[in-house]
Every structure is written in C-alpha cells, then in structure tokens.
Design a protein around this ligand. Structure first.
Ligand SMILES: [Zn+2]
Length: 430
C-alpha cells in the first residue's frame, strides 16, 4: 500500500448567499496576507527577521481582540486567516531559497501585497470536509452544490480509502472551484504488468506528445479537436480585446470573455493530458521524458503560449504519480541533454536547431525524421541504458557516455514508506 496525494477539483454552483461568503473568505485571506506581510516588514526593519506562520497567528489572535476595527474577522472561518499566514510563511522561505539558488525554476521576488481585483481570489480550509452526490460540505460555508458529481471521491471517503487534507477554494473568471488535497491508499503493484516495456516521450509544440517505445512503434497524441477549437476562439478573443479602448466597458467585457476562454482551454487540456498520461502509465513500465527548462522557455514569449498550452509541468506531475501507481517509473533526462539536437541514428549532435525546424535532418548520416519523434527516440535509448542501473539501485542513475546524459528519478515516484520520499503533491484534477 502506498499513500498517494491526489487533487480533486470541482466547479461550484454556490447560492447567492454562499457566493457572498466565498468572496468574504477570499477577502479575509487577502487581508491576512497583507496584514502578516506588514508585520513581517516591521520586524525585519528592527530585527532583520520575519515572523513564522505560528507567530503571526498568535499576533493576529491578540490583535483581532484588541482592535474593534477587526471585529469583522468572526464572519469568516479562522482557517482562512491561518492558512494565509502559512502561505505567506512559505512564500518568504521560498524567496530566501530562490535568492540563495537553492530553489529550482524562475527567480522569486519578495512577496507582494495582494490587491483586490488583481490578486486571484483564493483561500484554503482545513477541518471537517465532506462530499456526497453533487455537493461538498465545507467548514463554515456549509453545503455547496458542485457542478459535476462528486460521488467518486465521496465513495472513497466513505470506505476510508481516502482522506481530505485540505480544500482550496478559488475563483477563475466568474466561476468558483474547490480543489481537495486528498491522501489515498492505493495498491501499487511491486512491478509493472508489462515488465521491461519503455517509452521515450517528448512533449511537443504541435502535438500533445510524441513517443517511441521499446518495440520501435511511434505513439503520437494530437491535441483534441475541442482544444484546437478553443484555442482558435481564444486567439480571436485576444485580438478583440486589444482593439477595445483601455478603460472602457467594452474592454472590460472583452477581458472577461478572454478569461473564461482561458479557463476553458486549461480544463480541456488537462482532460486530454489525463487520458494520454493514464494510457502511457498503464502501457509502459518506464517512461522517459525531458526535464525541460520550462521557466527558461516561457521567458521566450513567442514560445510561451505553445509550451504552457501543452501543459508541460502538468503532464510531468501526472506521469510521476500515474507511473508510480502502476508500479512503473518516470525517468527525467537532464535538462542539458540535447535530445532534440542529437541524431537518433548516428548520435552526432547538431550545432543548431531552431524551434522552427520541425524536421530533424542529420548533417553527417543524412537521417531525416520528425523533430519530436527523433527526440523521443533519443530519450528511449536513455531509458535502455538507465533501466538496468535503476533496477540495481532504485535511485538516481547517470547512464550514457561520460555520464553527461544524467537521468534522475522524478521525486515523488517513490512509494511512500518504501524509500521515504514524499508522494507527489498532485495538482491535477482526477
Ligand atoms: Zn546522423
């Protein structure tokens, strides 16, 4: 048995009074964040250190009783404040880590004040959380209708195979969502049903993903039709908005429409990725993908949309927990491994390959192949060299010549309790 963290996300259909409470809670969380940030800045000026979440909570409890202007606090669950302090605490620690270079990804700035209307409306609740049929019951907010049935999760909570750890409520465009972080007990098989099977996948710019498996078969998954259609509408809406006068009512309406379309694209994409990654994890014991420097690439604006559209980070998280669930492994190739630039036939590395070059053509042996497929082939050969060592050590491996093509096990693919690595904190809807 392994404990796997999964996220379940539901759209909410709150009654008008409940919607007011949701807004109020989001406001409370924003207030607490700003209040805590101000206290931290004061302390930093005097003592060169900040408050922890627990200290902020204590200060807040004293302040809310002493200051009559804060009497409204009682209208919202105390969790909203407490969890906002936790978020702030984490943001401050992440900032320090990022500054010291101990944190992967984009450089993080110092946490900023959250402005109403600018910052995303969001708050987190802990405590007794239930769900049944088409409704969820949250502390303080009571029973709120969900847009789609919550029965699958309800059944797992009922039989004790899952436990809700927290619920995050947020608003995207005009729609409220609740996302549950759930710890699930699952029977993860010791070995995959298809022992020895492997696939190298490349998350494409054009295709959702392209892969080559150990039998030499090509596996290509295109973005689904609804996604392409939604993308077209999105582009149109984006142009429409930029034609409107800034500050005008029409501009505001166009922006709202754009927001709704963005939300639609994200959900269609997540759905497509869920299906594709579930199939991969069920079919292949070892899945190899690239550790694409997503933040580095998104800095390039032209590519930004294409990359984020394909949901690279999402796909990777999904593959991490889905392979683990099937007794398989996700291997991540070092981000400097030139999978796209290497010829899968003779191994020579091209000096330059731009993103516009959709076809890989080797300058030495003349091998010509679709760019993504060529990359997937290279990743697969990494799997072949990495798999043996992986089985011997069940840990990080550095296969390949001179070890420059380092592979690592994705953190989170380890079964909880077996190696002590935490299960992935899934952010994907299930
Ligand atoms: Zn070649």
């Amino acid at each position: 048995m392994a404990t796997v963290m999964t996220a379940y996300r539901f759209a909410l259909d709150p009654a008008p009074a409940q919607e007011r409470m949701l807004r109020s809670h989001a406001g409370a969380a924003r207030f607490a964040w700003n209040w805590g940030l101000a206290r931290c800045k004061e302390r930093y000026a005097a003592e060169r250190k900040w408050y922890s979440a627990a200290e902020l909570h204590k200060l807040w409890n004293a302040a809310k009783k002493a200051d009559p202007d804060l009497a409204w606090w009682a209208e919202n669950s105390k969790c909203a404040y407490q969890e906002a302090f936790r978020n702030l605490d984490r943001a401050l620690r992440d900032f320090v880590k990022s500054k010291k270079g101990l944190r992967k990804g984009r450089r993080l700035g110092f946490p900023r004040r959250k402005k109403k209307g600018k910052a995303r409306d969001s708050f987190r609740l802990t405590g007794t959380i239930r769900c049944a049929g088409t409704a969820v019951t949250l502390p303080r907010l009571g029973t709120v209708k969900t847009h789609e049935p919550a029965g699958k999760l309800a059944a797992k909570l009922e039989d004790g195979s899952a436990r809700v750890l927290s619920a995050t409520v947020s608003r995207t465009a005009q729609r409220w969502f609740v996302s549950f972080t759930v710890g699930e007990e699952r029977d993860a098989p010791e070995r995959h049903a298809r022992t020895g099977s492997a696939i190298g996948v490349d998350l494409g710019v054009k295709t959702l993903l392209a892969g080559v498996d150990d039998q030499g078969s090509l596996v290509t998954v295109h973005g689904p039709k609804p996604l392409r259609a939604a993308m077209r509408r999105l582009r149109r809406a984006s142009r429409a908005r930029s034609r409107r006068q800034p500050g005008s009512g029409r501009r505001r309406r166009a922006a709202a429409r754009l927001g709704r379309l963005h939300a639609r694209v994200a959900s269609v994409r997540a759905d497509a990725l869920h299906k594709a990654t579930a199939r991969l994890a069920a079919r292949y014991e070892t899945v190899v993908m690239e550790d694409l420097n997503v933040t580095g690439m998104t800095a390039n604006r032209k590519l930004a949309r294409a990359v984020s559209d394909q949901g690279f980070g999402t796909a990777r998280r999904m593959l991490a927990y889905k392979t683990a669930r099937n007794g398989g492994t996700l291997l991540v190739a070092d981000r400097w491994y030139p999978s796209s630039k290497t010829c899968s036939d003779c191994g020579s590395v091209k000096a330059k390959l731009t993103l516009k070059d959709r076809i890989f053509a080797c300058d030495y042996c003349g091998h010509t192949e679709d760019r993504d497929v060529n990359a997937a082939r290279n990743l697969l050969s990494l799997a072949a060299s990495g798999a043996e060592r992986l089985n011997a050590r069940r840990a990080a491996v550095r296969p390949g010549p001179a070890g420059h093509a380092a592979l690592k096990r994705e953190p989170g693919t380890a079964h909880a309790g077996r190696t002590g690595t935490a299960a992935p904190q899934g952010t994907a809807a299930a």
